[in-house]
Design a binder for this molecule. Structure first.
Ligand SMILES: Cc1cc2nc3c(=O)[nH]c(=O)nc-3n(C[C@H](O)[C@H](O)[C@H](O)COP(=O)(O)O)c2cc1C
Length: 162
């Protein structure tokens, strides 16, 4: 089986999978580099591992390799502008604030934080999967920002019977 790859159709197909939106952060000296990312995965509980999948063309790609650490901050539902800001579309007047946990910066105002040390970098196609061992985590119970069909959405919290 080998279908012709129409990139627009492929993006639309992959976009049927609903995700949250995160901001990945890594230190650059005393400063912070931050990037919007939804290719985030919970990998293992024991040991506690997560993974992020980063395009080799992103500045973040080399910066995580250099620092050996990264943070993941999960965005709340009112933070679509924050996602845009860290996806290369700077929002005038938005001034992000970061909290440091050891050497790992995390974005303030997130609904969940994870601070990690990189334990594996696996090159696949035009991306690298950076697996991180979780050293720090916390969360709130606020509503997440949702990404579906290439658009930002908010979550209706109704339960669905199984
Ligand atoms: C909702 C959303 C999700 C994204 N997810 C990813 C992702 O999972 N991996 C990735 O490499 N880029 C992703 N991007 C694109 C990067 O955020 C964008 O290329 C960014 O400008 C790269 O930043 P940098 O080059 O300054 O590190 C996403 C963008 C948006 C808007």
């Amino acid at each position: 089986m080998s279908q012709h790859i129409d990139h627009h159709e492929l993006r639309s197909t992959l976009g049927r999978f609903t995700t949250g939106v995160t901001i990945v952060t890594t230190p650059v000296g005393d400063s912070v580099h931050a990037m919007t990312l939804n290719a985030f995965l919970s990998v293992s509980l024991d040991p506690p591992l997560i993974a992020v999948c980063i395009n080799k063309n992103a500045k973040m790609h080399g910066l995580i390799a250099a620092s050996g650490v990264y943070g993941v901050s999960v965005l709340p539902h009112e933070a679509a502008h924050v996602s845009q800001h860290f996806a290369g579309r700077p929002v005038d007047g938005f001034e992000p604030r970061f909290t440091w946990v050891g050497s790992v910066p995390l974005l303030e105002g997130a609904i969940a934080h994870l601070g990690t040390t990189v334990i594996d970098a696996h090159e696949v196609g035009d991306h690298t999967i950076y697996t991180g061992e979780i050293r720090y985590f916390n969360h709130t119970d606020d509503k997440p920002l949702i990404f579906f069909g290439g658009r930002y959405r908010s979550l209706g919290m109704e339960n669905v019977p199984a």
